[in-house]
Design a protein around this ligand. Sequence first.
Ligand code: PBG
Ligand code: ZN
Length: 327
Amino acid sequence: MFPITRPRRLRQHPQLRRMVRENVLTASDLIYPLFAVPGESVAKEVTSMPGVYQLSVDKIVDEAKEVYDLGIPGIILFGIPEDKDKDATGAWHDCGIVQKAATAVKAAVPDLIVVADTCLCEYTDHGHCGYLEVGDLTGKVLNDPTLELLKKTAVSQAKAGADIIAPSGMMDGFVTAIRAGLDEAGFTDTPILSYAAKYASAYYGPFRDAAESSPQFGDRRTYQMDPGNAKEALKEVELDIAEGADMLMVKPALSYMDIIWRVKEITNLPVAAYNVSGEYSMVKAAALNNWIDEKKVVLETLTSFKRAGADLILTYHAKDAVRWLAD
Ligand code: PBG
Ligand code: ZN
């Protein structure tokens, strides 16, 4: 009579549900993004990202201590330089803003892992992720000359103390170039977290406010991936593995959970998911209107990334999530 197998049996008590839960979010899964700006005592909230600030290096250090005390293992640093130019000088200069922030954080909190985002868009005057032909107004980045700058940037970040190099510009061969640069400079033990499958996404909008990195003309569709493609993500991932990547990232996360899953299936490397700015801002906006329960929505979303196969989650919700996990 009636069903013999009753899945509801295992849902009758919170402890029972806990016992059979397949995926559990913890602080160890999270990386918190921070935006470094020149100056002192600067904490400027990003209008489109409530709760996220552009911070001067002294404030980045305070923040790093807080993140570490919460049990979050790492941060990822982005920089907004004093000046932008065609050569992205602020990206690879030893006195660049990310270099300064990395050094200061490692001095104050040596056990916090510092990931450096390695790209040029915050540092070029046109806002693209690499070199352009003189007079180009389309934004068709020149691949191989850009690799040289990325290599220089990565080495300078490692010298400044960055523990992990995370190239995000979707240039062909960037892992090979950066690996060679790091090895030649003696940083053979510095891992590369490659933004392997990064899509040309409208969800980056608020980040570009935060990082002041909107392209001044054109868009990023000649280097970032087309949202319609999934197999291409696997091709990108295979290339990055062959080039020596130590970890792989899928970005954005929410509307690309299928890609996280497919990438996880074809690799034994750790897979990271970037819960990007637009995903954060949508939740914040709805929460501020009391249209959703922010805590529940955030924890559900982050747990879903784990279920999809993410080993690491880069998220602006990291600090809140850890506090809520402890509630
Ligand atoms: C640029 C970069 C982007 C993000 C991180 N590094 C996006 C872009 O402007 O193309 C997006 C992060 C976010 O939206 O939170 N290389
Ligand atoms: Zn970029």
